[in-house]
Design a protein around this ligand. Structure first.
Ligand SMILES: [Zn+2]
Ligand SMILES: [Zn+2]
Length: 948
């Protein structure tokens, strides 16, 4: 072995500076490059590979500490498998298209709505979006490098790339061929600021905010003619009104019906000379008047006609309003038991309209402004001011009551604007249509729907934690058809050319196909990415009526972009991916969903084998981090403050199913608990190795029981760590390492080896070297620093992950040592009881249970400072302090004081000294001199040391 000079270790090391130095080394000396190609060809056999698929990070802002959690997992397993000899691809991904980018660019440019974008020019706007993602993908690359994340950064994939977009075109064409793709008219959640539909996938629970709205109780007057012949109400004299409650007064002009529950009890009350009809239970809770004059069932109201409150508006002319039944929608839990139905402005309303054949009155445009036909409302923003409607209700004397009502209301995930519901044409992928035109497979069986196939595919996947499968299946069970269109600018240009004349539509599956079918505009498009506005110039001929056809202006849902990546970025022999990992919340509806959907359509199989999901990163108090709240921690700030190894350790040891409370206090605790202990063990080794001019030599077998024990523990720990990592369990692995370092290595092995340091050096050396290899996937910086200094090798990244050496595991010895440590605890407790400090030697201690081997008894004796340890019937500590033991205790005290003085005088470990002190037991003079490296002990009034 080559002679190694161990670089001295600074106990007060600046770890952030150390990390930055190593980063420079890794990138300047080609370490990363060599690491990426290490197994090319694979060292672990020709077929050994680890297919990791990266969920693309949104390249829209700098990274926060929450991004570093997932990226630590991603790096950890790729490093682990690379150190096992498996070939990897190391491809990072950037998510670059979609509303999130558009909104940020709009902010940059000071835009308020889509009109501003169109005025500015779609081409210039799209260019700005491209520039923004180029900028932030670069920033995120640098930040990821700082995290120690080893990836093939030059070959990252970008979802805005031509390959990715055209791969989605192909997918959509297959959807069209299978009969899944369709244009539907539906009531959809809509953001009036962004001017686009928000798909069900995008409304997460966190997008519901507590909002206070003005709610109204409003009267609808029943047509007197429709009372004639009514079994319950025909005899009522005067005007009868239905009392309705709504939290969205702006939708009242779109009212076409009132729904009641046919089974509930309703009643009539006479209030201020008017008859009001309300649900009985609700009326009681609202404390309306005395007893009802009469009660009847909801079914008695069905079919009544009433006057709309805005029937004077042109848009409402000729509309017949009627009372309809709906058992699900109408309850007696809130409101009046009579529900205002506006199919143009509500999802349930629209469904009911289909069932009851009700007219759909659309009152607002894409910015929530009242459209033509609504009198003086036209041109006014419907969501801006509820009094716009309420004042009119007052004027018409039909407002019964108004109140403030606080409820959870959905907002736009991107701009936080309150959503509205609009009935619009959008494009969907059907979940429940059979997958061929005639609904039969080739052997005549009914073909499965996409939903059914996706359920089967989801079940093939290994979900960690296991509840992930239930969550995904739950979503698959309940979700609607997949709304894939957005009326926006920067995104996948949906490759749908729809004929304005005959309604036929064609889906183009590739650039080549488009070129072949283009009848005009190809020259304007050629040389551009398949984005708006360039692709919009290309026209084709309708294959039904031969008209010239234009592309629909819509762009795609961004999850199409991320869902296609197994097909657009991975060579086929890497499919399906072995592993993906992302934060759970949201992804069931988003990335996991789109991956499964697209892979099911294209291959009818799972695109990945295992998914590790993890929870949410919160601040130290358990609150969500938000820039606006001021509690968000930007990645660079944390990296410079606490170092990335400590962060990575926090992420690795965290139970992924629990939210991680991240903050600097917790980081400091982790640093002290684990990181510094490791550093101190390493520093201890180097100090004594250099002091003894010790050199590693091959083939040394441990013979001391402590050495045998720590070697056994090391191998047991390697076994747990590698097996846990193979099961994607970083928590158990990291805990095993932490326990080994803190409890076994530092607290017991080093402590019990202080009197035999030179003997312990070979074992300690091997232990540290193996430990750093095991640590490299978790905390690459400190692992590299220690490994390089101890071995003189180029990098720990080229080492193999340690293999468990079963022969070196001695479970009996491990059990005995565990018992020894328990016995020590009891002995220390007995001393404490007798108030005799550990430095005072005692003569005997007796323990119970089976007899321990003599060499272990000796370890116990040394630790508890007792002359003789033996097994017996009970735990017994002989507390007699003989004059001899007393003198020895004094000598121990003096040795400790001199050691302290040596430290204060900054003595080197091999520094010879001269000591002045008041007194010392003469029979221990030789021992004191030996242990403190003192040449002379001189009598004086005070203790002091002099360097010689
Ligand atoms: Zn919005
Ligand atoms: Zn046509």
């Amino acid at each position: 072995m080559a002679k190694i000079k161990f670089k001295p270790v600074d106990p007060k090391q600046d770890f952030v500076a150390m990390e930055k130095k190593l980063l420079e080394y890794w990138y300047k000396e080609g370490i990363v490059e060599k690491y990426l190609k290490k197994n090319n060809p694979p060292a672990g056999g020709p077929n050994k590979k680890f297919s990791f698929l990266d969920g693309p990070i949104t390249a829209n802002n700098p990274m926060g500490v929450h991004h570093a959690w997932g990226r630590t997992y991603k790096d950890l397993w790729q490093r682990f498998y690379n150190m096992q000899g498996a070939k990897g691809r190391f491809q990072n991904g950037f998510d670059e298209q979609g509303l999130w980018v558009e909104v940020e660019v709009e902010k940059e440019l000071g835009f308020n709505n889509k009109k501003d974008i169109e005025k500015y020019g779609i081409d210039k706007f799209v260019q700005k979006c491209k520039e923004r993602v180029a900028k932030f993908s670069q920033i995120q690359t640098e930040q990821s490098k700082r995290l120690g994340y080893f990836m093939d950064w030059e070959n990252s994939y970008h979802t805005s790339s031509d390959e990715n977009n055209y791969a989605i075109w192909n997918f959509l064409k297959v959807c069209r061929q299978k009969g899944y793709l369709y244009k539907g008219r539906d009531s959809v959640p809509w953001c009036p600021r962004c001017g686009t539909a928000i798909s069900q996938h995008e409304i997460l629970t966190e997008e519901y905010k507590e909002i206070t709205h003005k709610a109204v109780f409003v009267k609808f007057i029943v047509d007197s003619s429709s009372l004639i012949g009514n079994s319950q109400l025909s005899s009522v004299k005067g005007q009868v009104s239905l009392l309705v409650w709504t939290t969205t007064p702006w939708t009242l002009p779109s009212n076409v019906a009132i729904a009641v529950n046919p089974d509930l009890d309703y009643g009539q009350w006479n209030i201020d000379g008017q008859v009001l009809i309300i649900n009985v239970k609700r009326a009681k809770e609202m404390k309306i008047g005395e007893k009802p004059q009469k009660t009847f069932k909801g079914k008695d109201l069905i079919g009544l006609n009433y006057q709309g409150n805005f029937d004077d508006l042109p848009a409402l002319s000729g509309v017949e309003h009627k009372v309809v039944a709906d058992k699900d929608l109408v309850t007696d839990e809130e409101g009046t038991g009579l529900v205002h139905i506006a199919p143009g402005a509500g999802e349930e309303d629209f469904k009911l309209a289909k069932k009851e054949n009700l007219p759909v009155i659309e009152s607002i445009d894409e910015a929530a402004v009242y459209v033509k036909g609504f009198g003086d409302l036209t041109g006014q923003n419907a969501k801006g001011n509820p009094d716009l409607i309420i004042d009119k209700l007052k004027d018409k004397a039909i407002l019964f009551k108004e109140e403030n009502y606080t409820h959870r209301y959905p907002t736009c995930w991107r701009c936080k604007t309150e959503l509205v519901w609009r009935v619009v044409d959008e494009w969907y992928i059907a979940m429940d249509r059979p997958s061929s035109a005639n609904g039969r497979t080739s052997d005549g069986k009914p073909s499965k729907t996409l939903r059914q196939q996706m359920v089967e595919v989801a079940k093939k996947i290994n979900w960690i934690p296991a509840f992930g499968l239930d969550r995904e299946l739950d979503w698959l069970k309940n979700m609607h058809d997949w709304l894939i269109s957005k009326k926006r600018y920067w995104g996948l240009a949906l490759p749908i050319w729809e004929c304005a004349k005959c309604g036929n539509f064609e889906v183009i599956g590739s650039k080549e196909e488009l070129k072949q079918k283009a009848t005009e505009g190809w020259e304007d498009f050629e040389g551009h990415s398949p984005h708006r506005p360039w692709v919009d110039s290309v026209k084709i001929r309708c294959n039904q009526c031969q008209s010239i056809v234009t592309r629909i202006p819509d762009v795609g849902n961004p999850w199409l972009d991320a869902g296609i990546v197994p097909f657009s970025t991975m060579p086929t022999d890497w499919f399906p991916a072995d592993f993906i990992t992302e934060s759970f919340p949201g992804q069931f509806k988003n990335w996991f969903y789109s991956l499964i959907a697209m892979s099911t359509v294209l291959e009818n199989t799972n695109p990945f084998k295992t998914v590790l999901g993890f929870a949410t990163l919160l601040d130290e108090k358990g609150e969500e981090m938000h820039k606006s709240k001021g509690n968000a921690i930007e990645f660079n700030e944390a990296a410079d403050k606490i170092g990335v190894d400590v962060m990575r350790w926090m992420y690795s040891i965290q139970n992924p199913t629990s939210n991680l409370l991240f903050g600097y206090h917790k980081a400091d605790e982790v640093r002290r608990r684990f990181y510094l202990i490791l550093w101190n063990v390493y520093s201890f080794f180097v100090t004594y190795a250099n002091l003894n001019s010790w050199q590693p030599s091959a083939g040394q077998k441990p013979s001391n029981v402590l050495d045998k024990w720590i070697t056994s523990r090391l191998n047991s720990s390697i076994d747990i760590v590698t097996k846990s990592l193979e099961q994607y369990d970083a928590t158990v692995a990291a805990n095993a390492i932490e326990y080994f370092v803190i409890s076994d290595l530092s607290t017991w092995y080093i402590r019990r080896s202080r009197d035999r340091v030179e003997d312990a050096l070979p074992t300690l050396y091997v232990t540290l070297v193996e430990l750093t290899k095991l640590l490299a996937p978790f905390t690459p910086f400190i692992a590299e620093e220690i490994y390089m200094n101890l071995t003189g090798e180029e990098s720990v990244n080229f080492a193999d992950i340690p293999n468990t050496n079963e022969k070196l595991i001695d479970t009996d010895l491990e059990k005995e040592m565990t018992r020894a440590r328990e016995i020590v605890e009891i002995a220390h407790a007995k001393r404490k009881e007798a108030q005799i400090k550990v430095r005072q030697p005692l003569s005997a201690f007796q323990y119970t249970g089976g007899k321990l081997p003599k060499e272990i008894e000796e370890i116990v004796a040394a630790e508890i400072n007792v002359k003789k340890v033996s097994s017996g019937k009970s735990f017994k500590l002989d507390t007699t302090v003989t004059p001899g033991l007393k003198a020895e205790g004094e000598a121990r005290d003096i040795i400790r004081q001199i050691q302290q003085a040596r430290k204060e005088a900054d003595c080197r470990l091999d520094q010879k000294i001269e000591v002045e002190l008041p007194k010392w037991p003469k029979e221990f003079e030789a021992q004191i001199k030996k242990e403190t490296l003192s040449e002379n002990l001189i009598k004086a009034s005070q203790l002091s040391v002099k360097k010689l």
